[in-house]
Design a protein around this ligand. Structure first.
Ligand SMILES: [Fe+2]
Ligand SMILES: [Fe+2]
Length: 159
């Protein structure tokens, strides 16, 4: 699978989690679980883009620096959401802002950066796609990687 397709597919995972969480009632246990899943998948997504995709994209897209900055902005929004009690009214407001931020960022990648990256050529995009998929699976499955991801989430929640 080509790198842009791997990332678009993963945007789909993020979008579907965002939609499900938004449509759920206040402090349902399932909603908390999905929120944790979203935060962790978002963490994994920015990691694989920053470690593997953006360095390659830099050669053909001017959006890379902006995208790094947008990831930091999303990190801040994630921290705010994690520190807002899920049953509070403010949570929905903060969650809407995070959702809009993710939508805007992912949409920009899909409309501008990924088409620009076609200039890397099919073979390079396929090879890069394989590396993205392997790293994605590794981050999801490795015990050490998982522990670090959960630690980051829970640290943010308590700060
Ligand atoms: Fe991104
Ligand atoms: Fe992305």
């Amino acid at each position: 699978m080509k790198a842009d397709d791997v990332l678009i597919e993963h945007h789909g995972v993020l979008r579907s989690l965002l939609t499900r969480i938004a449509s759920m009632p206040g402090s349902d246990g399932e909603r908390r679980r999905l929120l944790d899943e979203l935060i962790d998948e978002l963490n994994i997504h920015t990691k694989i883009e920053e470690q593997l995709f953006y360095p390659a994209a830099r050669a053909v897209s001017r959006l890379v620096d902006i995208s790094f900055a947008e990831h930091r902005q999303l990190d801040d929004q994630v921290a705010v959401v994690l520190r807002t009690p899920i049953e509070s009214e403010r949570f929905d407001e903060e969650f809407r802002a995070l959702r809009a931020g993710v939508e805007e960022h992912a949409g920009e990648e899909e409309r501008i950066m990924f088409p620009e990256c076609r200039a890397l050529g099919e073979a390079e995009l396929e090879a890069l796609g394989g590396r993205l998929q392997r790293r994605l699976e590794q981050l999801r499955r490795s015990k050490v990687a998982r522990a670090l991801i959960v630690l980051k989430r829970e640290t943010l929640r308590r700060v």
